[in-house]
Design a protein around this ligand. Structure first.
Ligand SMILES: *[C@@H]1O[C@H](CO)[C@@H](O)[C@H](O)[C@H]1NC(C)=O
Ligand SMILES: *[C@@H]1O[C@H](CO)[C@@H](O)[C@H](O)[C@H]1NC(C)=O
Ligand SMILES: *[C@@H]1O[C@H](CO)[C@@H](O)[C@H](O)[C@H]1NC(C)=O
Ligand SMILES: *[C@@H]1O[C@H](CO)[C@@H](O)[C@H](O)[C@H]1NC(C)=O
Length: 451
């Protein structure tokens, strides 16, 4: 009996939450099949996420920054009148947040310096969620999470932690967002009301401050959870789907990368879902943010390596697994799989080791004077049979003139190590994250079609 009433009340609160989410869904009049296409900018600045991520804190590894690795950013405007911001596009987290400044209270900071924080007080559309609201239950709260239900202005405080210990905290709020979109026809500005986002008054840790965060004012979470940018917009577009192309920024001139929210142009133009290879997205109830995929086999130069696929699969406790993360730069693979890949690469590389190599890389070769260095080919056979065989430059990155290093790092399996396919490995592909059909599509031919 007790169980049943508990279930019933759980069900009721779930339905209530669903209803509130629907009501809270921002009112962009978007018909099915429409989409937003946003340019992704790249900065070769030190990325935060060469740091390991996951649910357990891990030690930082070498920054790829000096080697030109980095993050992808989305430009948008927040508030009324709109204030420009630059956010890191991150499929490895859910919360959308921007650095906020309290100035503007009593006339301070009369002008907003470029690159500075969002001035909530200067926006007429800024609305903090009440701490007792259903929306507030969607964000992690600081403890103790005090909430005076009867007080009118009792803002919802959030505290969002990244696994390297970095943290953003502030008020979970609603705001109007303006996005420049491009389409075949025209450049237009899309205005969306009531986007739930974190107005961050405090940020700490390497992921979200200082050098590693240079030039950006927050994070656009694109994870699977209900508060991510993609989930919020997906509810309005009627399709829980987004895609992006991360173009190789070492090319010159660098091609434009895109983030497409919604069904995308592929559905009606001559394009490319037929050319996409699909692998199922796997769910982990303990980490509902992440886009998990399954790696079945690994080949180096066609040789199948004797790796038990359980090395990178999710276990019953929700540990391990492999995610696809735009906010992590390098790729991280669980031991002992990593060791076997490294050994196979070393056996086959046939080029002299670099005399000096930056710390944090296990294999660096000297390609000075070699016109077309031949490097071993890596290919991953994914769950469902799709084969990810990225170009060599996606995993042998140039770290200095004439020196190329294997841009893959090991993860300890014993501590429930999470394997991560980072953004360098994703370059040059169209990636389609389809929450409705729980599948991830990728194609090397999709990027041209998307641009
Ligand atoms: C949108 O486009 C306008 C005009 O091209 C530009 O002034 C503005 O800065 C752009 N906004 C963003 C967020 O990129
Ligand atoms: C909550 O706020 C109301 C109105 O401001 C106040 O009267 C009441 O004492 C507060 N309750 C607590 C527990 O702080
Ligand atoms: C941020 O990057 C710019 C160049 O893009 C550089 O001049 C500046 O010093 C950097 N700031 C920090 C804090 O690293
Ligand atoms: C690479 O090899 C060249 C000679 O072929 C040498 O001059 C150079 O110092 C080497 N560089 C590194 C980093 O080992």
């Amino acid at each position: 009996m007790a169980t049943r009433s508990l279930l019933l009340s759980l069900l009721l609160s779930f339905l209530l939450l669903l209803l509130l989410l629907l009501l809270a869904s921002p009112c962009l009049s978007a018909s099915r099949g429409s989409f937003l296409k946003l340019p992704l900018l790249h900065r070769p600045s030190p990325p935060r996420s060469l740091f390991r991520r996951g649910r357990s804190a891990e030690s930082p590894v070498t920054s790829g920054a000096p080697f030109g690795a980095g993050q992808y950013f989305v430009a948008l405007h927040l508030g009324t009148p709109p204030q420009p911001l630059l956010l890191v596009a991150d499929t490895g987290s859910d919360l959308v947040w921007a650095r906020c400044s309290a100035c503007g209270v009593g006339g301070g900071c009369s002008r907003r310096a470029p690159g500075s924080a969002f001035l909530a007080r200067r926006s007429s559309s800024f609305r903090p969620h009440h701490c007792y609201s259903a929306s507030c239950r969607l964000v992690p709260r600081p403890s103790p999470a005090r909430c005076n239900r009867t007080r009118l202005h009792s803002a919802c405080r959030y505290e969002y932690t990244y696994s390297d210990g970095s943290l953003s905290s502030g008020f979970f709020s609603r705001e109007t967002v303006t996005l420049n979109t491009t389409s075949a026809e025209a450049k237009t500005a899309a205005r969306l009301e009531g986007l739930a986002f974190g107005c961050g008054f405090r940020a700490s840790g390497p992921s979200v401050t200082g050098l590693s965060f240079n030039g950006s004012q927050g994070v656009m979470g694109l994870g699977r959870g209900p508060i991510s940018f993609s989930s919020q917009l997906g509810r309005r577009f009627g399709s829980n789907k987004f895609s992006y192309c991360l173009m190789d920024y070492t090319l010159s001139p660098p091609p434009t990368s895109y983030l497409i929210i919604g069904d995308g142009p592929g559905e009606d133009n001559a394009a490319p879902s037929s050319t996409l290879a699909f692998t199922p997205l796997l769910a982990n109830p303990l980490a509902p943010t992440f886009y998990y995929v399954g790696i079945k086999r690994v080949h180096v130069d066609g040789e199948r390596l004797p790796i038990d696929p359980s090395v990178w699969s999710l276990d019953e406790l929700g540990n391990g697994g492999t995610i696809v993360d735009s906010g992590t730069t390098l790729t991280f693979l669980a031991e002992p799989g990593y060791r076997l890949i490294l050994a196979a690469m070393m056996r086959r590389v046939g080029l002299p080791a670099a005399g000096s190599a930056p710390p944090g890389f296990d294999l660096c070769v000297n390609v000075t004077g070699v016109r077309r260095p031949r490097l071993p080919r890596l290919s991953l056979v994914m769950e469902g049979g799709a084969v990810l065989a990225p170009p060599v430059r996606n995993y042998f990155i140039e770290v200095a003139e004439g020196v190329r290093c294997l841009a893959v790092r090991p993860v300890e399996t014993e501590r429930g190590g999470l394997s991560v396919i980072g953004n360098v490995m994703q370059q040059g592909y169209l990636w389609e994250f389809d929450g409705d059909r729980s599948r991830l599509g990728f194609s090397r031919r999709g990027c041209a079609a998307a641009s």
